[in-house]
Design a protein around this ligand. Structure first.
Ligand code: FAD
Length: 397
């Protein structure tokens, strides 16, 4: 090979997942090089709504979110620097059609050890006086959840990784993974330069399938354009963070004077190109998400629009991440297909993937249920307590 990076592990992608993985790998004394075609946090991490909640219907995802909350809550001591975590409290609210599901999911979360309580509408209203509870049957309340700053989080992980001697090669596009004798041996750049590595992990968000395709295997990622909008809010009005399964939307405070509101895939048109998509909000999205926000928090009726943006979700066939070895190629791993929910789990995903790559199995959380084989064998993850969610939310929970 023309160049030798002498890396034990090459990570493709310097988003929140790649930076977390690099940090954890280096913590186990691996020599790591991270390649990104842009800068640190050049991809979808920068566009994240960055809601940090524990509520999922699939127990291994709850475990990843719960373990990650430990990092967000103690960032300075565990990683160093700032992640901008703000504990707002969080509630997932449902109507009558989902009450059996929310009961089962809360019971499952409690078994894992998550601090979560089932509340009726009146109990929720006593915690959040500005809430319209007319159509709420039940809520799952998490006092410890909130949101973080996705750019600060990713930069902080990258800086912590650099302190552990991780090398970042930025503005350097990987063209393909090199395979020798059935084993990943390194990467080739678009300019022809080659770098060797003992293992390679693709953490390239919605670009992951483009890197897998030349190897004859793909996750089947569907890119979906998703939008969030920020509305002005009087600092005197405070509210919790929410996933509203009734209207199919989510809201959270953003600092003292803004509220972020989001929908997932909203009136999808053609499949977006993650390198070239409309980054501004659509006018009809602003109207619709504003309407849903005002329904839940009537005091935000006519709240002025401040700003907003779109990003691209990397939606896998079952709306869950693919974490593990790429079948048929030793030493090649993938962590992608997060389907619009990969920010909050990134600290634990990086730790678990590092263990898997270096030791062959993960102990912080058993991530074997997310293995690539399930996609190839069409054994997709489905839970009995998947919510029926209003249109536009964008992914399952
Ligand atoms: C609008 C929106 C709202 C969201 N809200 C939430 C939320 O509230 N909570 C939550 O948990 N998650 C949320 N998510 C999802 C979350 O942000 C993502 O799952 C997470 O950021 C994915 O991180 P990543 O590192 O996998 O991907 P990315 O951040 O996209 O990083 C991938 C990197 O790979 C690089 N790359 C790609 N191809 C190559 C190549 N060939 N060579 C070199 N580098 C390459 C890219 O430049 C990029 O930097 C949201 C996402 C969006 C878009």
């Amino acid at each position: 090979m023309a160049n030798s990076s002498n890396s034990d592990v090459i990570v493709i992608g310097a988003g929140v997942v790649g930076c977390s993985l690099a940090y954890h790998l280096a913590g186990a004394n691996a020599r790591v090089t991270v390649f990104d075609k842009g800068g640190i946090c050049a991809g979808m991490s920068a566009r994240s709504g960055a809601l940090v909640r524990m509520h999922y219907t699939f127990a291994p995802e709850v475990e990843l979110a719960w373990k990650s909350l430990g990092y967000f809550s103690n960032w300075g001591e565990m990683i160093g620097g700032e992640c901008g975590f703000v504990r707002t409290g969080f509630a997932l609210v449902v109507g009558g059609e989902n009450t059996a599901r929310i009961r089962r999911n809360v019971a499952m979360m409690k078994q894992i050890g998550v601090e979560v309580e089932l509340c009726d509408a009146a109990q929720l209203r006593s915690m959040d006086h500005c809430l319209n509870i007319d159509d709420i049957a039940l809520a799952a309340y998490e006092p410890q959840s909130g949101y973080a700053d996705p750019v600060a989080t990713t930069n902080s992980l990258a800086e912590a990784a650099e302190r552990r001697q991780v090398r970042f090669r930025l503005n350097t596009q990987v063209e393909k993974t090199l395979v020798e004798g059935g084993r990943a041996a390194g990467v080739r750049m678009a300019n022809g330069a080659e770098f060797s590595g003992g293992a390679v992990c693709i953490a390239a968000g919605p670009w992951a399938d483009a890197l897998l395709a030349p190897l004859g295997v793909q996750i089947g990622i569907k890119p979906e354009r998703a939008q969030v909008a920020f509305f002005h809010r009087s600092p005197a009005l405070s509210h919790l963070s929410y996933i509203d399964c009734i209207s199919g939307s989510y809201f959270r405070p953003h600092g003292a004077g803004l509220t972020l509101a989001g929908l997932g895939e909203w009136r999808p048109a053609t499949e977006p190109d993650p390198d070239n998509f409309r980054e501004a909000n659509d006018r009809e999205f602003i109207e619709e998400v504003g309407r849903r926000l005002a329904h839940r928090i009537p005091a935000l009726q006519d709240a002025p629009y401040a700003r907003g943006h779109a990003g691209v979700y990397d939606v896998s066939p079952d709306s869950r991440a693919v974490l593990g070895k790429v079948p048929g190629i030793d030493g090649l791993f993938v962590a992608a297909g997060f389907s619009g929910t990969g920010f909050k789990t990134s600290p634990a995903v990086g730790a678990a993937m590092a263990e898997l790559i270096l030791k062959g199995r993960s102990s912080i959380v058993d991530i074997s249920p997310f293995a690539f084989e399930r996609i190839l064998n069409r054994c997709l993850i489905r839970t009995e307590s998947e919510y029926v969610i209003g249109t536009g939310f964008g992914h399952s929970l």
